[in-house]
Every structure is written in C-alpha cells, then in structure tokens.
Design a protein around this ligand. Structure first.
Ligand SMILES: C[S@@+](CC[C@H](N)C(=O)[O-])C[C@H]1O[C@@H](n2cnc3c(N)ncnc32)[C@H](O)[C@@H]1O
Length: 243
C-alpha cells in the first residue's frame, strides 16, 4: 500500500536542509534544496525505486485499481524506470517470459523482466517494436512521457499534449478489451477531441492528481478505464467519418 510519506525520515537524512550559496545559480540551488528535502525522493531511495514517480503510479493504483489485473504492460517514456519496476513486479515478468515493454529515447539501465527500447516513441516503427517486445496483447498502457523543456511554456505544453494524444491512439490500437490507459497530461490541457475519443473507447475517463505529483506542478494524469474493444473503436471511427 502506498501512503504519502510523513515529514520525518527513515533515510537518516534530515529534511529542511539548505544548500550553501556558492557556485550554483539561485534556480539550481532552489531545485537541489527541494530535491534533497522531498520526502518522496527519500522514500524512493529507501524502497529501491529509481524515481519518486513510482509513488504517483502506486497512489493512482490504490484509488483506481489498474495494476491488479495487468498481465502485459507497455511503459512509454520509462527512464529511469520506476514505473517499469512496478510493472515487472505486478506482471511477474521475467527475462525468460517478458511481459513488460518500455521505451525511452534516453538510455535506461536494464531491469529484470523488462524489454527496453531506446528510441523515440514518435518514430514510425515504435508501435510495432513495442508490441513485438511485450510478447502479446497488453492490457495496460502507461505513459509518463513529457517533452524535454524548451523554456517556452506554451511550446512545452503543446509538445507534451501531442505525446499524450499519440499515446492514446496507440493504446486504442493495441489494448485488450477491458484494458486501461494512463497518461501524463497538463491541467486544463486535454483537448476536447482527445477526451471524446477516449470516452468513445473506454467505459470511464477521469483526470487524477496523485499526492506525489507536486501541488505547484500543472501535471495531471488522464486515466481511461475499461477499453471497449476494437469493434467499438471502429464503429466510433465510422460514425466520425459519416458526420
Ligand atoms: C518523467 S520521465 C518518466 C519517469 C518514469 N515514469 C519513471 O518512473 O522512472 C519522462 C520520460 O519521458 C521520456 N520521453 C519524452 N518524450 C519521449 C519520446 N518521444 N519518446 C520516448 N521517450 C520520451 C523522457 O526521455 C523521460 O525520460
């Protein structure tokens, strides 16, 4: 069970630490202070997760139960790999019988039971390679992809929303009936068109903001539960074409 960490610590490191003024820029110093004082960072270290992002997935699962029935999982934007660690565990994935495929254009250290593709998810051949790697029909697609920041807020926003859209189309193409799709999005940023597409294809579509997602961040997650199956998605497409 995932509980939000309390403001003490079990790593032996005190919270509320300051970084000395020195060579670091003020913004970098603020980032470093926030990082070393973040209870989720400390808890990730303690529990062996590669990133604090693990607790976002665990908190979402605790409330919405998406990992329980997962047999094969595709993890988009996976590095450094905390979501893949959880995915491998819940699917009992092994190197001999892999049930998790992960993709990131950044290098990711290998993880037992996880087939890692180092490539851009937007590449034309990425979907096919992911399906090949996961070894069967997935019933969970998770995406924590965020576009690398350019410093221009609007551009970053649009790029991440685009990743979310492409991930949604991919999920609709590959999921088993009854499967779920979870993707990072931004507050107020989900296009009506994307929401409609998901609502046509899934029984339930909601926005979630786990406690581990920083309150000051505009990050949100879009959760689409209960894929209706390819027949429903083809019918929705036909209806759209007829309209
Ligand atoms: C927030 S991190 C993911 C953290 C991960 N869920 C974990 O638990 O360790 C987002 C990742 O998305 C990746 N990413 C962004 N755009 C991508 C793309 N087009 N193709 C593949 N990976 C992408 C980034 O390289 C980055 O590693």
């Amino acid at each position: 069970m995932s509980k939000p960490p309390v403001a003490g610590n079990r790593t032996g490191r005190k919270l509320g630490q300051k970084v000395k003024k020195g060579k670091l820029k003020a913004s970098s110093r603020r980032w470093l202070e926030r990082h070393i004082n973040d209870p989720y960072v400390q808890r990730a270290k303690l529990e062996g997760y590669r990133a604090r992002a693990a607790f976002k997935l665990l908190e979402i699962d605790e409330k919405h139960n998406i990992l329980g029935g997962a047999r094969r999982i595709i993890d988009l934007g996976a590095a450094p790999g905390s979501w893949s660690q959880i995915a491998a565990k819940v699917t009992d994935s092994t190197d001999a019988d892999p049930r998790v495929a992960a993709i990131d254009f950044l290098e990711m250290d290998p993880l037992p039971g996880v087939r890692v593709l180092q490539m851009d998810f937007l590449d034309d051949d990425a979907p096919e390679k992911l399906i090949e790697a996961v070894g069967g029909t997935p019933n969970l697609v998770i995406s924590d992809m965020a576009a690398p920041t350019t410093g221009h807020r609007q551009t970053d926003h649009i790029r991440t929303m685009h990743l979310c859209e492409v991930a949604a189309h991919f999920a609709i193409e590959v999921l088993a009936e009854g499967g779920h799709f979870l993707a990072k999005t931004f507050q107020g940023g989900t296009e009506r068109e994307l929401l409609n597409l998901l609502k046509q294809n899934f029984k339930q579509v909601i926005h979630v903001k786990p406690g581990a997602s920083r309150a000051e961040s505009v990050e949100m997650f879009l959760l689409a539960k209960g894929f209706k199956g390819r027949k429903a998605s083809d019918e929705a497409l036909e209806a759209e074409e007829d309209a």
